[in-house]
Design a protein. Sequence first.
Length: 298
Amino acid sequence: MNTRKLLVSLFVGLVTLTSAAFAQTQAAAATIARFSGNVTAVLPDGSSVTVTQGMQLPQGTTLTTGDKSDAYLVTHGDTTSVVTQNSEVTVAETSITSSGGQVTKQTTTLDLKSGNLVAKLNPAKKSVNNYSVRTPKGVAAARGTVFSVTYNNQTYRITVANGTVSFTSPTDGAQVSISGGQLSVDGVVTPISKQSGEGAALTKQELAIVAATVAVAAANNIGGTTSAEAQSIITTIIQAAPEAAAAIQAAVQASAPSISSAVQTIINNNEAAKEAVKDTPPPPTPQPIDNTTVSRSG
């Protein structure tokens, strides 16, 4: 029996070593699928260029967006990262690991130096997605999720529309999990619906930006996002935070008018959202998050 166990153990070890030997990781690029306003890229060699649509960004490229500007990055065909206004993000790693002709891991690692980033990952690829946003405060990791990360003035906020995001502290390795409909401000996780005052206003703004970026992705076929998928995500957001319906409605109308009628239907089918819109004065056209005013309040 011991001999049999030993043989089995040796066989398993050999298979593992063989698989590892044939696993290959290759660098990939991030593609500018869409941008607006003033967006610049500093390439790994230190040269600074103005981005163009379709431009491929190698690992080590840093993107900076100006006022009222944004950039839609696509990695691995269907992972979308939106760098909103007044933000700085470095493409730390984009790679594909394969073994035996099969993709086993798709890695996208972005360093958020300051500002805001919205991410949309394909939930059908949870098994291979390896997506993370690093900040000086820690790392937000996800596999099949729609979420927003804001970092400014030593404060970070993670707002999750759907799916789950894990955040790991770089100091003690402590990890918190943020699920759809939840928000984390400096490690404290609360339901989105429990925000109040300045924190509630900022959360509405964040959710409006998330909804608008997903709608824009659908309207422009970015990262394979479909209209049905965008509507499903926006429905989930409004169910979690009906009080944000008016801001979402205005943001989508301004950014992706072709999706706005569907959003109106979503609101009409949610009594709390319908009441919130009715009781809310018409807002000014929402702008991307102003990262100079990020609050610590939750």
